[in-house]
Ligand binder design. Structure first.
Ligand SMILES: [Zn+2]
Ligand SMILES: [Zn+2]
Ligand SMILES: [Zn+2]
Length: 193
């Protein structure tokens, strides 16, 4: 597992978890629903803003002894339009505010740019920046329910874990995160209500 392999478990929209981070002997990646832990990857730095609860959550899950479930073969993903890029897959700098997110009115104050809603970027099929949520495809996997023992998980979060070599899940109940072990690491995944 490399730092690049861990990126798919990060959340590009949240700066404190947009990249993998190292704490002590381990390197972690999380998107808030899934967290993955592997032995420390030297080039991944510590991040003082990273969530401090993750090591304990993964440690507890890794130590849990329960019924194990081999990862199921997931059905092909059901796709829907990516909300972040509206299906365009790419972004460009907003032409109205030049990327600043605000525009000056006749009276000299600054107001939120209405064209981009203050984001400074606009979905644009010919844009220069690829959407990080859909990797530029314009479509993302829909949340579908996958049952394992007493738990259900969204296929969106389970799929990348199910693809890890030797992945096996331990599901304590439907409220706590389930543990996933794989060749070379541990992970947790929050169940779907
Ligand atoms: Zn997108
Ligand atoms: Zn004004
Ligand atoms: Zn704008």
């Amino acid at each position: 597992m490399t730092a690049t392999d861990l990126i798919k478990f990060c959340d590009p929209a949240r700066p404190h978890i947009a990249q993998p981070f190292t704490i002590g002997e381990y390197t972690y990646a999380t998107n808030g629903r899934v967290a993955v832990r592997v032995p420390k990857i030297e080039e991944v730095p510590e991040n003082p803003k990273a969530p401090k609860t993750i090591p304990r959550l993964v440690e507890n899950a890794a130590a849990f002894n329960g019924e194990t479930f081999p990862m199921p073969l997931l059905p092909p993903p059901d796709l829907e339009t990516c909300k972040h890029c509206e299906g365009f897959g790419r972004f460009n700098t907003c032409p109205q505010c030049d990327g600043s997110g605000d525009v000056e009115c006749n009276l000299g104050h600054y107001h939120k740019c209405e064209l981009c809603d203050g984001d400074g970027i606009r979905a644009d099929i010919g844009g220069t920046n690829q959407c990080e949520y859909c990797d530029g495809l314009g479509k993302v996997e829909k949340h579908t329910r996958i049952n394992l023992g007493a738990c259900s998980f969204s296929g969106v979060y389970l799929r990348p874990l199910a693809q890890l070599p030797g992945a096996i899940a331990i599901c304590p109940n439907y409220t706590n995160p389930a543990a996933v072990t794989f060749d070379g690491g541990h992970a947790i995944i929050m169940p779907m209500r």
